[in-house]
Design a protein around this ligand. Structure first.
Ligand SMILES: CCCC(=O)SCCNC(=O)CCNC(=O)[C@H](O)C(C)(C)COP(=O)(O)OP(=O)(O)OC[C@H]1O[C@@H](n2cnc3c(N)ncnc32)[C@H](O)[C@@H]1OP(=O)(O)O
Length: 431
């Protein structure tokens, strides 16, 4: 099957990359790669038997597909980072599966990353993944669902953890009300609004489902640079809807809901967008946890963030405790959780939970202030802004050696790129 155009990176988010290759007959092949080690596609011999040979670390002086040396990327996708054994070819149709794309994985696997992924490196793994990919495709012919599955790979829990996504979704559907609204602006800043004002923006079951959908949408938004998370009608969010909480208060459902929300909020924090929670009114319980799934928090003068879980006989379950410790340190986190302490704008700034105090809006609400605040961090080309977020997520979440490798890999995506080239051609003083 012949290739009709140069492969391009169609989507890139977090540690995942998707190489999209257009094939004859309007078909498309997707190759999913997970970051770990610099890998170079050394042979794209597209003919009757298309094959991709992958080696770890490029030792070649020239790339055989474009004849350029190793000084810079030859075309997007030539120099990419992947764990060879995690490469999987995903095809759009069953027929494509039979058309002999041959995958030869590198003998050199990155053990550390495979462990991170919870996988044991073995030569059989590549085959197993390809076959799992095929099975998945057979069951999911729709490419949108394929991409969703790819996005979900950034989540924490899978079926292996006893997590049953479809079952808990079914249960959550039984608790409707409110919505999670998303507006993606041309500026590259999106605004997500927690919208259930009659219940002070409490999270109904369907809003939890909405959250997952919105995060998926943002994962696919490659022009995006920033995200503002706010509550409707002048208050942030009063946590999970107590009516839903009461109805699913058995341990099994509680665990499933916990894993569902942790997955969505972890993916929210890992988005390659710089995010800020704009807190007006109250952010209570799960609402307080939601603020910690953003990179930054801005608080209105009379606003309060409060982890009220202790008063409910609980601890955070949406990942809020783990994130809080990373934001304010264990001493302050313990005080906030064990004391269910109210954090106002002043205390928030003092302990580093809040990154800025919003002024009382004369008109137009606090959103323009938040946008203004965020604009200094999202100024410039999307690939550079997203790369900055990428290296920070990696530095926060990975072991040093892995984070260093990822940093090198992400560096490779911007080095010699348009922004870098333009900067080098201009003045290079930073007074
Ligand atoms: C792992 C997740 C853990 C959790 O998130 S558990 C949930 C923790 N959150 C809470 O307990 C919040 C309880 N609510 C409150 O403390 C107060 O309602 C709150 C948010 C300070 C607002 O106070 P006020 O402004 O005076 O308004 P209000 O009390 O009259 O509330 C207006 C209507 O909203 C409702 N509401 C507020 N928070 C809710 C919630 N979480 N779930 C379900 N309904 C909720 C409240 O019942 C009231 O409804 P209604 O008008 O009486 O029908």
């Amino acid at each position: 099957m012949a290739v009709t155009s140069a492969p391009t990176w169609k989507r890139f988010t977090g540690q995942w990359k998707v190489l999209e290759i257009n094939l004859q007959g309007g078909k498309t092949a997707f190759f999913i790669a997970v970051l770990s080690k610099c890998v170079h596609i050394i042979n794209m011999a597209w003919g009757q038997n298309c094959s991709i040979d992958v080696v770890s670390d490029c030792h070649r002086s020239h790339c055989c597909c474009c004849q350029r040396g190793p000084e810079g990327p030859c075309f997007p996708g030539t120099h990419f980072t992947a764990t060879p054994l995690l490469l999987a070819g995903w095809w759009r149709t069953e027929r494509d599966l039979d058309s002999s794309f041959r995958f030869r994985s590198s003998p050199c696997a990155d053990t550390a990353v495979l462990k991170d992924e919870g996988l044991v490196p073995s030569p059989a793994l590549g085959m197993a993944l390809c076959s799992a990919g095929r099975r998945f495709l057979k069951d999911n012919p729709n490419s949108a669902s394929k991409l969703r599955a790819w996005a979900r790979a950034r989540a924490v829990y899978t079926g292996a953890d006893g997590y049953h996504a479809e079952e808990i979704k079914e249960k959550l559907r039984a608790f409707p009300g409110g919505s999670l609204d998303l507006v993606k602006r041309e500026s590259g800043i999106a605004v997500m609004t927690v919208n259930n004002p009659t219940r002070r923006n409490a999270f109904s079951g369907t809003m939890m489902l909405d959250l997952e959908e919105r995060v998926t949408e943002l994962e696919m938004w490659k022009e995006g640079k920033g995200l503002i998370v706010q509550g409707a009608a002048g208050t942030f969010c009063s946590g999970s809807d107590l009516n839903a909480v009461r109805a699913i208060s058995n341990p099994q459902d509680g665990m499933q809901m916990c894993m569902f929300m942790q997955n969505s909020l972890t993916r929210l924090l890992r988005l390659p967008l710089i995010s800020v929670a704009v807190v007006e009114g109250r952010a209570l319980g799960g609402g307080a946890e939601l603020t910690t799934a953003c990179d930054f928090r801005l608080m209105a003068p009379d606003s309060v963030i409060q982890f009220v879980h202790k008063h409910m006989g609980l601890v955070p379950g949406w990942g809020g405790a783990a994130r809080l410790v990373r934001i304010v340190g264990s001493q302050s986190a313990l005080k906030l959780l064990a004391g269910a302490k109210k954090v106002d704008a002043e205390l928030g700034a003092a302990i580093g939970l809040s990154d800025g105090v919003l002024e009382c809006p004369a008109d137009g609400g606090v959103l323009p202030q938040a946008e203004q605040w965020l604009s200094r961090y999202v100024a410039g080309p999307a690939d550079v802004v997203r790369a900055a977020k990428e290296v920070v997520v990696s530095g926060r979440e990975r072991h040093l050696e892995e984070a260093l490798r990822t940093e090198k890999d992400v560096f490779g995506t911007v080095w010699g790129g348009p922004a870098n080239t333009a900067a080098l051609a201009g003045k290079s003083k930073h007074k």
